[in-house]
Design a protein around this ligand. Structure first.
Ligand SMILES: [Zn+2]
Length: 200
């Protein structure tokens, strides 16, 4: 996604202040390694924050690329890695996203599910909201019989600071439609929580 020039300039200004703070802590920020750091860091930060004005259009485009199908069983895409950021600390979160839906009469290409997760994840938002938003899209926008989303998030704000809970993972899940039935929900959870088989 093309960077938004105004946001990029504001992020760069912010990082210049951060560097001044780092300098205050005794680091030589005049060192050659820090030349252009503010601009580079701003660009890196922007990559974790998608432009909301563009996300909607991309999502619509993505979900419009469907194929007619007679298949009426669970379509599942497991363990997709996506990156985002928590709104409380603006620190990165690494997500592992598993998604499923039961089609009505059309299916999405598998790569589209993974792209959808990566697209929606990039922004300062709660993991809970990300989980619900994905489930909603796979149910409502795709007009499926039901959808389910299971997300594990490794939050840097928990893993890297404070008590140093290195293994701190947050698990969230959301279901819509036919997945509200206990047996379907359990089948999904079982499928996404078992490790990869011996095929790969
Ligand atoms: Zn946080």
């Amino acid at each position: 996604m093309e960077p938004n020039p105004k946001a990029l300039a504001l992020f760069t200004e912010g990082y210049e202040k951060i560097l001044a703070g780092i300098n205050e802590l005794g680091y030589d920020t005049k060192d050659a390694n820090f030349v252009e750091t503010a601009a580079r860091a701003a660009k890196g930060f922007h990559e974790l924050v998608n432009d909301q004005n563009k996300v909607k259009g991309e999502v619509d485009e993505l979900l419009a690329k469907c194929f007619p199908a007679k298949f009426r069983e669970m379509v599942i895409s497991k363990h997709n890695t996506a990156f985002g950021m928590c709104p409380h600390h603006l620190l990165p979160v690494v997500y592992q996203v598993s998604m499923a839906y039961i089609p009505t009469d059309r299916v999405l290409g598998l790569s589209k599910l993974s792209r959808l997760a990566r697209l929606i994840a990039r922004g300062p938002r709660l993991q809970e909201d990300l989980t619900h938003e994905l489930a909603e899209m796979l149910h409502t926008n795709l007009e499926s019989q039901g959808s389910a989303v299971y997300v594990e998030g490794l939050h840097m704000c928990m893993a890297a600071r404070g008590v140093g809970a290195h293994e701190a993972r947050l698990v969230t899940s959301a279901v819509r439609g036919v997945f509200l039935e206990l047996a379907t929900r359990q089948e999904f959870i079982k499928l996404v929580t078992t490790p990869h088989g011996t095929v790969m």
